[in-house]
Design a protein around this ligand. Structure first.
Ligand code: ZN
Length: 476
C-alpha cells in the first residue's frame, strides 16, 4: 500500500525540515552505556519527535499496526526511522539528552525564513526585530518530580508543588499575528536560592528574571544580528537588565511600566511636561474611541546617584459612549480599578512602557504597537496548550530531561508548522482544504493510518487532489 507520485509535483518545506532534524539527531552522542543498541539514536529521537509533530499520542501505536501488516510504516518514510522503539524505551533515552542539543534546529528554520525574505515581514522601526520575552509553566504536580523540577513550597500543607517553567523568546511583529519561537531557556531548580524556592510569589518572577539575566550575560549573541528590540513585562525593566542590554550596541528594549515597580519614572511623569498626540482611532458599535499618546524622553529609571535614563511612552484609550453605554461602562468600571473617568470620556485601557529608543511624534504609534505585540507571545503559549500541541499533557516525566525534551519537541513542531504556513504554498493549499486546523491534523493522522507516504509533500499533494498522484496497493 503506497502512494506513488509522478511529476509535476509540489514540494513541501516540511520534508527539508524533517531531514534537518534527522541530521541533528544523528549527531547527538549515544547516551547508552550497555549493549542494548538495537535502535539507533535517530530511531529513538525521530520516533519520539514524530508523536508531537503529528499531534497525536497514539501515532506510534497505529504505525506499529501498519508495520505488522506491511513491514513498512510512515515512521520509516516520513521521519527516517529504521525501527519503531517502544514508548518506554524512547522515554528512557530522551531523559538522558540535553534539550539544548536541538537549539540548532531553531536556527536552521530561522535562517531559512531569512533567506526566503520572510523575516522582512516581521521588521519594525526600520530594520529592527521584536523579540518578546515571557515565562510559562508547562508542568505541575504534587507527586511527580525530577531533577529539573522547580519546587514551590505550600506553607499551609507543608508540601511542595513541582513544576517546569521556561522563558520563551519569540519574534513577534505589529504587522503579523504569527509568532516565530526561538530556542527557550528552561529554568532549573538549581538556579534559585532556598528562600526563593520557599516563597510562592517570588518563584515565578525570580525564575523568569534570572533566566533572562542569564540569557543577556551568556547567550545574547544568538539574536544580536536581528537588531533585537526586547519586549517584556515590568519584571524585566530593572536596572541590572537594562544595563546589560545597554552593553549591546544594536539591542533596544520596550518594557511595560507600572507605578508599583517604577516609582521614580512616575514621579517624573506626574511632574513632567508630557508630549501628547491625540487621534480619533475608530468607532466600534457606535462608540467613539480616542487614542491619546503621551511620552517623555530622558528621565531617570531610579533615584540612585547615577541612574540609567529611559524614555516613557503611554497610550490611553478613552471612549465617548451614549447614556446607556455609560451606565454599562460605569458598572464595569466599578469592578476594575483601571477604569476611571477622563475629561468627558471613560478611560477603558492604559498601556505604559519604558524604552531606550528616542520617542517623537513620528514613531510613538509604532513604539506603542511594538510594546503591545508582546501579547502575541501569550497567544503562542495558548496555542501550545490548547490547540492540538497539548503542551501541558503528561507524556511522561522522567528523572532528568524528559519533560524539557518533550517541551522542545512540541515547540519545534509548532515552529515547523508555523514556518510552513508562512512560506509553503503546498502546505497552505492542503491546510485550506479544511475548515479548521484540527480537521487538517486529523486528516494527516487518518491518511497515515491507511497509506504509506514517501514524504510530507506526497500527503499534501493527495489532500489537494493533485491528479498526478496515484495510490496503489503494493500487495496486489
Ligand atoms: Zn521535573
Amino acid at each position: 500500500m503506497k502512494i506513488a507520485i509522478s511529476y509535476p509535483y509540489f514540494m513541501s518545506v516540511l520534508t527539508t525540515y524533517i531531514d534537518d532534524m534527522c541530521e541533528i539527531s544523528k549527531a547527538i552522542p549515544d547516551v547508552r552505556r550497555g549493549k542494548n543498541c538495537h535502535y539507533s539514536m535517530q530511531d529513538i529521537i525521530m520516533g519520539g519527535f514524530s508523536v508531537f509533530f503529528m499531534q497525536n499520542p497514539s501515532w506510534l501505536a497505529y504505525q506499529k499496526l501498519l508495520e505488522n501488516q506491511h513491514h513498512q510504516t510512515n515512521v520509516n518514510t516520513l521521519f527516517h526511522c529504521e525501527k519503531i522503539a517502544s514508548d518506554n524505551h524512547i522515554r528512557n533515552i530522551l531523559d538522558k539528552i540535553n534539550p539544548s542539543q536541538f537549539d540548532s534546529m531553531y536556527n536552521l528554520i530561522l535562517n531559512d525564513l531569512r533567506e526566503k525574505g520572510y523575516l522582512e515581514k516581521f521588521k519594525v522601526l526600520g530594520n529592527k526585530t521584536l523579540i518578546s520575552v515571557d515565562g510559562t509553566t508547562f508542568f505541575q504536580s504534587n507527586e511527580i518530580c525530577c531533577g529539573k523540577c522547580l519546587h514551590k513550597y505550600h506553607k499551609k500543607t507543608d508540601e511542595y508543588e513541582f513544576s517546569h517553567m521556561m522563558l520563551g523568546l519569540s519574534i513577534t511583529s505589529t504587522y503579523s499575528k504569527e509568532v516565530i519561537p526561538l530556542a527557550p531557556i528552561f529554568v532549573a531548580n538549581s538556579d534559585l536560592s532556598e528562600s526563593e524556592r520557599k516563597n510562592n510569589t517570588l518563584l515565578k518572577q525570580n525564575s523568569e528574571y534570572k533566566a533572562f539575566k542569564f540569557f543577556c550575560e551568556n547567550d545574547f549573541s544568538r539574536i544580536e544580528s536581528l537588531n533585537p528590540v526586547i519586549v517584556g513585562d515590568a519584571l524585566f525593566g530593572r536596572e541590572p537588565i537594562i544595563a546589560l542590554l545597554n552593553d549591546h550596541s544594536n539591542a533596544n528594549f520596550i518594557f511595560s511600566c507600572k507605578p508599583g515597580s517604577n516609582k521614580t519614572v512616575y514621579d517624573f511623569v506626574d511632574n513632567g511636561d508630557l508630549c501628547t498626540y491625540k487621534t480619533i482611532k475608530r468607532v466600534k458599535s457606535n462608540v467613539k474611541e480616542e487614542w491619546i499618546y503621551e511620552w517623555l524622553n530622558n528621565i531617570p529609571l531610579t533615584n540612585s546617584q547615577t541612574p540609567l535614563r529611559v524614555n516613557y511612552i503611554s497610550l490611553t484609550i478613552t471612549q465617548s459612549p451614549n447614556a446607556e453605554q455609560i451606565k454599562k461602562l460605569e458598572k464595569k468600571a466599578r469592578k476594575k480599578s483601571n477604569y476611571k473617568t477622563y475629561e468627558n470620556f471613560l478611560i477603558t485601557k492604559k498601556f505604559d512602557f519604558i524604552t531606550d529608543i528616542d520617542v517623537s511624534e513620528e514613531n510613538i504609534e509604532e513604539l506603542i504597537a511594538c510594546g503591545r505585540s508582546r501579547w502575541s507571545l501569550e497567544n503562542e503559549f495558548n496555542s501550545l496548550k490548547t490547540r492540538g500541541y497539548n503542551f501541558e499533557h503528561n507524556y511522561g516525566h522522567g528523572k532528568l530531561n524528559l519533560s524539557n525534551v518533550i517541551a522542545t519537541f512540541i515547540l519545534l513542531s509548532f515552529l515547523m508548522h508555523t514556518a510552513a504556513s508562512l512560506t509553503d504554498e503546498l502546505y497552505n493549499l492542503a491546510k485550506n482544504e479544511f475548515s479548521n486546523r484540527k480537521y487538517f491534523f486529523h486528516s494527516l493522522f487518518l491518511l497515515t493510518q491507511i497509506f504509506i507516504f514517501s514524504d510530507f509533500s506526497s500527503i499534501f499533494n493527495v489532500i489537494i487532489g493533485n491528479k498526478s498522484c496515484n495510490i496503489y496497493n503494493d500487495s496486489s
